[in-house]
Design a protein around this ligand. Structure first.
Ligand SMILES: Nc1nc2c(ncn2[C@@H]2O[C@H](COP(=O)(O)OP(=O)(O)O)[C@@H](O)[C@H]2O)c(=O)[nH]1
Ligand SMILES: [Mg+2]
Length: 246
């Protein structure tokens, strides 16, 4: 089995090298590994850093956007470029620990799950104590998403999401920015894929340290929860779509 680790990157020169080092320090228990970095038109030296890394490591490939589009667009590009049987999303900052990835991937490898979400809120591992109102916002978005999808996630907005390739082919991300999180969640729930959640640790950063997501992204998430749950049916190649065709 080949694993593709997808890294969307926008102005992450301070952390890229470090996170790549951490990614390659983990034993994923897979036959083959690739890392796909998508530079979302960074204005700092991130792209140069990425190029230096890929020159020294044949398992790292880079794609570049001509213009900044957002994390959703970067994931769309990464999914098109990736060649793995399983894909997992890894941010280019240091908020998530790649050491948690094997627990997501192994559920897919053992054919128990098709999609695995990490959860920062159902875990006993370390969590940086951070913004209270963020957590309330996060909990609300997960609650509202769950009400619309009828699945019982505890952390819809989490970065760590792993997919079997067949699932990726049915997602077709439309949202360019952070709205792709509720969009993908709605699409995998509608497809009735086998979804699991595993606890992960979280080393959150502050806005001073470079965090970028803001309240506007929260408002957009609400719109996306409504849009992708009310106005989309299951993809024809998903388990639910195939049942509909019978
Ligand atoms: N904020 C932001 N992040 C992007 C963009 N394109 C790619 N990314 C990457 O998406 C990931 C998540 O962004 P981040 O700012 O860490 O989100 P946050 O930690 O949830 O505030 C990081 O790896 C970013 O580098 C973009 O246009 N804006
Ligand atoms: Mg982050």
């Amino acid at each position: 089995m080949k694993l593709s680790i997808l890294i969307p990157m926008f102005n992450e020169e301070a952390t890229l090298e470090k996170i790549i080092g951490r990614v390659f320090a983990v034993d994923y228990g897979v036959d083959d590994l690739e890392v796909v970095i998508v530079d979302d038109c960074s204005t700092d030296t991130s792209f140069d850093v990425a190029q230096k890394i890929s020159k020294n490591n044949p398992d790292v490939t880079i794609a570049r956007h001509e213009k900044n589009q957002g994390k959703g667009a970067a994931i769309r590009t990464a999914m098109k470029a990736a060649t793995g049987d399983v894909m997992v999303i890894q941010d280019a900052d240091l908020e998530y620990d790649p050491g948690d990835i094997p627990s997501l991937v192994s559920l897919i490898q053992r054919d128990i799950a098709d999609v695995v979400f990490g959860s920062r809120f159902s875990s006993s591992g370390p969590h940086r104590v951070l913004y209270y109102w963020h957590q309330i916002g996060n909990n609300f978005l997960t609650l509202f998403s769950n009400m619309m999808t009828n699945i019982n996630l505890t952390d819809m907005e989490v970065c760590y999401k792993a997919f079997r390739r067949e699932v990726v082919n049915t997602i077709e991300i439309e949202e360019n920015r952070f709205g792709f999180e509720p969009e993908m969640t709605a699409k995998v729930a509608k497809g009735q894929w086998r979804i699991y959640e595993v606890p992960i640790s979280y080393y959150g950063r502050t806005y001073d340290e470079g965090k970028k997501i803001g309240w506007r992204d929260g408002v957009r998430a609400i719109v996306c929860i409504l849009k992708y749950n009310l106005f989309r049916g299951p993809h024809p190649d998903s388990p639910a779509g195939r049942r509909n065709l019978l």
